[in-house]
Design a binder for this molecule. Sequence first.
Ligand code: MRU
Length: 367
Amino acid sequence: MKIDGKEMRTIWPEGDATSVGIIDQTLLPHRFATARLTTLDDAVRAIRTMQVRGAPLIGATAAYGVWLALRADASDDNLDRAYAALLAARPTAINLKWALDQMVVAVRNRPRAERSAVALRRANELADEDVAINLSIGRYGLKIIGEIAARKDGARVNVLTHCNAGWLATVDWGTATAPIYLAHDKGLPVHVFADETRPRNQGASLTAWELGHHGVPHTVIPDNTGGHLMQHGLVDLVIVGTDCVTAQGDVCNKIGTYLKALAAADNKVPFYVALPSPTIDFTVSDGIAEIPIEQRGPEEVATMTGKTKDGRIETVQVIPDGSAVANYGFDVTPARLVTGLITERGILQANREALAGTFPERAKLAP
Ligand code: MRU
């Protein structure tokens, strides 16, 4: 996507061939800055501190992290160490493990002298694949928006989204946002309600920022507003991203997604999930019972960070001293609440047959 007229991705190998560039997402929306990762530890820290975040981008960063590790030491021991360190950096996004497994397959049987070059090549391929996958998701999702636009005869199509499943969460295009960007670029009158997404406000700070930079009309809403909007016919469809989809089509995504799915079902608003196939975990069936949910630090709930009137960035405490805090990062939306899964191979029903039938090569690898 473009930042101030310049084409950018969220992650890229630097020209010096020794480091990786990223957009530091912890500084957005008030400051745009890039950072450079030169070591395995840099990559692990970037994922853990959420300088990079969003399932597909976490996967891409992990892939480049393996390259950075092998540049320093191409031994089997160091490969194993890099795999373990990166895997532990964020627990929920299944793309992380998928990308690490891809890297291990690519380098494990290669001579040490070749491993670093092979790893860089494979990480670049995985990044390019992510871009192609998201564009394909966008093309399928565009049909849904186009049909609604035709029905509404020129009135704006209101899409509600949660968290940030935009291009910042991927290498480019985004998952949930890819259909939106394509619709906007095609001249369809699309408007986005962006859930603010407490506690870290990825919707307010990241989704709003990237939509704004692309010129997509949008409105930031407090997380609790979606149900009211749906009751009053102000949302035409919901599109969210996901961090893990199970073999039976349950969807794990940013905390609060489940409540939006309930409100959508109650109001007969279509609820779509946009996902690249590396987000499917065919080893898991019942998402509620089986997916371990990341629990994050209390400070994310206890504080808010923002810009003061005189332009300083400050963090303030918003709860009483001493109150306990719970900070579950994700929740699971059961498949029965999902209208459709928008994948790079088409729009599927959220069930085992559709997923395994569309991605047989992935399904057959699961035990
Ligand atoms: O905790 P984050 O910011 O890494 O959360 C991930 C997300 O951005 C969302 O869950 C998103 O909808 C899925 S990633 C395309």
